[in-house]
Ligand binder design. Structure first.
Ligand code: 13P
Length: 268
């Protein structure tokens, strides 16, 4: 990571949770953080939850005694957004609605949406634009499949995915965040090595610099956990994490926040 760029630790809860489980998870993060340290984390902490729970979570963060009594600020993100602002789009949710529900961020172009919902680079770019128009920071996901990596195409694939977004957004590209999530590392327990991840992050950083968006944070996602977070986050172009499974366990998620916090604080 680089202290000149924001550090973001984001949990992607995917399609998990219930009203009771959400409250317990959030309170657990607050409790685990206060047991570790009393200062506010020097990184941005975010949970991206299923749409139907966003308002509940927003209210819980503001009212929970456990969270309010700790120094942790938890921001809220959605997992998808419509390209449209309103109208006859059954099942969709507009960026303005997410904002009203308390979101500051939204994930766009997650590989599970590309894979199961046919989202193209063009759709993903339009979603990022729709998010920014309402003041939400899109976390634009890119990543190659195992076959693409084995064919030596990883950098080509992620560069094309990113270019679709930066070309559409132009100067607004500086306001996004990017997440590199190799598809073969998601939910598999198989993490990219810090060197493998850094290689791709450096290529993405070059592409962002060419697009006059050098300050955009690039998160790593794919089986990040309490044991490997420190090594990944130590890489110069890894500015945070987008965490699936481990974000559902308060102790693990908090340890990842703690690793980011320690790296940002630097040696004492
Ligand atoms: P896992 O951390 O469960 O591999 O999921 C990563 C991910 O897809 C985050 O968006």
């Amino acid at each position: 990571m680089n202290p000149n760029r924001p550090t973001i630790i984001a949990g992607n809860w995917k399609m998990n949770g219930s009203r009771a489980a959400n409250a317990a998870l959030l309170d657990g993060i607050g409790q685990a953080w206060s047991a570790l340290a009393h200062q506010a984390p020097s990184c941005q902490v975010l949970v991206c939850a299923p749409t139907v729970y966003l308002s509940q979570i927003s209210e819980h963060i503001q009212s929970s005694v456990q969270i309010k009594s700790t120094s942790i600020a938890i921001h809220l993100g959605a997992q998808d957004v419509s390209t449209q602002s309103s109208g006859a789009y059954t099942g969709e949710c507009a960026a303005g609605m997410l904002k009203e529900a308390g979101c500051s961020h939204v994930i766009v172009g997650h590989s599970e949406r590309r894979q199961y919902h046919g989202e193209t680079d063009t759709t993903v770019a339009a979603k990022a634009k729709a998010a920014l128009a309402q003041g939400l920071q899109p976390i634009v996901c890119v990543g190659e499949t195992l076959a693409q990596r084995d064919a030596g195409q990883a950098i080509t694939v992620v560069s094309a995915q990113l270019k679709a977004v930066t070309d559409l957004l132009q100067t607004d590209a500086a306001r996004i965040a990017v997440a590199y999530e190799p598809v073969w590392a998601i939910g598999t327990g198989r993490t990219a090595s810090p060197e493998q991840a850094q290689e791709i992050h450096a290529a993405l950083r070059n592409a962002l610099t060419s697009a006059r968006a050098a300050g955009v944070p690039i998160l790593y996602g794919g089986s990040m956990n309490a044991a490997n977070a420190q090594a990944l986050l130590s890489q110069p172009d890894i500015d945070g994490g987008l965490i699936g499974g481990a974000s559902l366990k308060p102790a693990d998620f908090t340890q990842i926040i703690s690793a980011a916090h320690a790296l940002r604080a630097g040696p004492h």
